[in-house]
Design a protein around this ligand. Sequence first.
Ligand code: ATP
Ligand code: MG
Length: 425
Amino acid sequence: MAKQIQAIRGMNDILPTQSPIWQKVEAVLRHTVAAYGYSEIRTPIVESTDLFKRSIGEVTDIVEKEMYTFADRNSDSLTLRPEGTASTVRAGNEHGLLYNQEQRLWYMGPMFRHERPQKGRYRQFHQFGVEVYGIASADIDAEVLLLSARLWRELGITEHVTLELNTLGDPAERAQYRDALVAFLEQFKDQLDEDSQRRMYTNPLRVLDTKDTAVQALLADAPELMDYLGEDSKNHFKQLCELLDGVGIQYRINPRLVRGLDYYNRTVFEWVTDSLGSQGTVLAGGRYDGLVGQLGGKDTPAVGFAMGLERIVLLLETLELTQDIGPVVDVYVTAFGDACLIEATKLAEQLRNEVPSLKVMSHCGGGNFKKQMKRADKSGAQVAVIIGEDELAAGKVAIKSLRTNEPQQLVDSHQLAQVLTDLIE
Ligand code: ATP
Ligand code: MG
């Protein structure tokens, strides 16, 4: 037998049994962004490598070791997108959507990072994100957080996620803080783990979110960014906190939250859960006022977030919140004999016309009563509609409940739609 080809490690198939959960999550996302008046943007999955180097930053995890980069047939360096923000800004600049305008955008789709695959961490994964351009004030930071809080309510997971919030200040403030932090870290250089030693000079703020507990302990006395903020940055953060307090969104200020990407300034946040082990961040984002300019556009304030869909699906499964997701089929239509097949096919089409919300599967491939009923049962349908020669002659169809002990009933064909609507609400 020929050898079977396997999927690429860390790149998952979403099977028919799982896709209803994905569809439910996607439906919640679409309808929530619609409720805030956001518009969708779709960008290519492949971009110039430079786009990500210039936006995410050369010394970040993503650019240093996670990108799928390759030369195409013209020897151009291309990269499978590792995230959505850079592409959105690139498209916004290219099509003149950003400067002097307001845009509230969202996107959803696959992203690619060459990481070590594990629970909640894959090489192809999916993100949903929002990006807002042209608004510098903290009210829009609050809006994207409100939108995310609504997602949790709609998905029924509010109790299982918490919001962590921090501010990174403006670039000049951060540069001052960076110097102070490096000076502090230099005193303990020998006690730092390998990653932190390397990051100390390349990207010292990343040392703050080290996973090494010994280093975490050292950091208790590290200087705090909050003390380096100017009036404007402080006020922005204060206003955001007041807005969140005012609308009743709870959060925890985490001075160690720095995010792994270079482009953030001022507000940064993560929604985290403790139900997924170490891959606990389900949504992350912040303000990135410098990026549009950095990618060649005119300076435009911006704020956004990205959410990992695999982690949301895992969370729903872990919390056993996937039960109420309805079956793919409501009604299974069977037919016995050629004449009946035509009638059954017509009837099934008519049902789909009359009750558009009803999911009607027609039996195909013939077979005896037992075979057709077995298929009906396997389809997950509530009821089977049975059309045999006797029923056909009498202008009737039989309805058999597949999930209860209700006796089979005979109804007039033209009443079928009504009877089924009553049976399956
Ligand atoms: P982490 O610290 O978990 O590596 P990150 O800071 O790299 O996350 P972002 O780039 O901010 O993540 O992406 C936003 C969200 O996308 C994450 O919070 C997570 O839910 C999801 N995500 C990121 N990388 C992966 C991955 N490799 N597999 C699955 N989901 C991911
Ligand atoms: Mg990462």
